[in-house]
Design a protein around this ligand. Structure first.
Ligand code: PRP
Length: 179
């Protein structure tokens, strides 16, 4: 285990098994469609790569980068689009793939934006849900794990751009982000 972690919350095996299970449900629901898998950079990249490889429907891949957090751990409440989609979503079935839903602000804004742009449907898939921190009226259509309100890193998630490449998800020691 990485020395900056107080414990491992989700192991590689737990993640692999649950991601496969959820992807099968999404695959079934999207049967007959040709959706666009929209990954929200950067936190979702590892989940995105594992998730889409479990889908059998023909897919187009696209990405957006948005930010609602500053350098620390508290949401700033304002969404900035740092990189927009390459493709047109009009009439398309969109699957938004996100690493974590916290306040819900990011996904509420994205769902509204994609709907306004004319998407035929917007399905939200999250790896992690910190349900107790929700302030927006939004729920993912599919979520892999509900987690407690702890500072989690790994499997794409960072603290100041570190720890994204850890293959598991762990809880960061308070001393790392409180110093
Ligand atoms: C994280 C996460 C979501 C958002 C969730 O992104 O990937 O996009 O915050 O928070 P919310 O539900 O309170 O809006 P972050 O801004 O940390 O960027 P990153 O994915 O590049 O790490």
């Amino acid at each position: 285990m990485h020395p900056d972690l107080q414990k491992i919350l989700l192991t590689e095996n737990q993640i692999r098994s649950r991601v496969t299970e959820v992807a099968k449900q999404v695959d079934k629901a999207l049967s007959g469609k040709r959706p666009v898998a929209v990954g929200i950079l950067k936190g979702s990249i590892i989940f995105y790569a594992d998730f889409i490889r479990c889908l059998t429907v023909p897919l187009e891949l696209d990405f957006m980068a948005v930010s609602s957090y500053g350098a620390g751990s508290v949401s700033s409440g304002k969404l900035k689009i740092r990189k927009d989609l390459d493709g047109d979503v009009r009439g398309r079935d969109i699957v938004v793939i996100e690493d974590i839903i916290d306040s819900g602000f990011t996904l509420a804004c994205l769902k509204k934006l994609l709907t306004e742009r004319g998407a035929a449907s917007v399905t939200i898939v999250t790896l992690l849900d910190k349900h107790e921190r929700r302030t927006e009226d939004i729920k993912p259509d599919y979520n892999c794990f509900e987690i407690p309100d702890e500072f989690v890193v790994g499997y794409g998630l960072d603290y100041n751009e570190e720890y994204r490449s850890l293959p598991y998800i762990g809880i960061l020691k308070r001393s790392v982000y409180e110093k």
